[in-house]
Design a protein around this ligand. Sequence first.
Ligand SMILES: Cc1ncc(COP(=O)(O)O)c(C=O)c1O
Length: 345
Amino acid sequence: MNKKSFASDNYAGIHPDILQAIIDANQGHSKAYGGDIYTHKAIDLFKKHFGENIDVYFTLTGTAANVLGLSSLLNPYQAIICAETAHINTDEAGAFEKYTGSKLITVKTDNGKITVDDIKNQLFAIGNQHKVQPKAISITQGTELGTLYTPEEIKKISNFAHANNLYLHMDGARLCNAAAALNVPLSVLTKDVGIDLLSFGGTKDGMMFGEAVIFFNNNLSKDFKYIRKQGMQLLSKMRFISAQFIALLSNDLWKKNAQHANSLAKFLKKEVEKIPEIKISREVQANAVFAYVDPKIIPLLQEKYSFYVWDEITSEVRWMTSFDTTKEDILEFVAFIKETIAEAF
Ligand SMILES: Cc1ncc(COP(=O)(O)O)c(C=O)c1O
């Protein structure tokens, strides 16, 4: 068996219930392109979780959900305000800019979360014909730095956005982790607090693949079926994404998987804190643990365990847990860290 990794939650495999759902859906023939019963049922479940008035479309990747969703909000001369650390800015190979022809306006943050003040400072050029025009704000929940927005913080941003003729998008690749950590239903962090457009992640919470683009504002979704097709994300065998979403959104599996990953991150933090040579660098709110590790040690640890160096300059690393991480995996990893440090110094 491959060793468990702490690189990302998408290094994990497929949750057995989700894999079973794929197998169960592999019976006979079904209508293609989303005309099947699985897709209808999955959409009904999304409506249960997020409200009746949503429009939902599935994509294969989170990058596609972000880029195609956002492209339906703006013209090329308009722009999105997001944190400098936002996945759309740092890890999508410029897909947003290439696909939409629009600009991202990035703001520096301490913890991955943008505030109303950060946004206000970017609105000085509205109406100036020489400048791109902000049209939407994109926030990530949980953020790329493992932090979470409270419902109140999101509401503040959405109130400000709507008062200033801006839409609010949420990159919810890890929305399940956020909702589980804050112990609230998915709607409390989205529909109830004024999100217009959501990229909802399934892959990082135990699915094989599949994300959803959810419009809370139906005026924005009227052309999305064409946008998705032109964007090459209309999967013909859609039932195999839908069957996975049915499993994830039934019996609280989304929450159980996320709670498990989150609690194992807290456990990892607690164990690592016992090692004096390592310093936890950020608050652990969901399933990411950030720490400063001596640069001499990092490659030695990486010989056995995959994980990312978040910041080469400060020697900060990121360790992520997933639905299938176990306490034993963590104890083994922590023992290896201790051993490696003892041998290196
Ligand atoms: C915050 C966030 N958004 C979006 C994505 C995009 O996912 P994908 O790799 O499926 O395109 C990721 C993946 O790591 C992510 O962490």
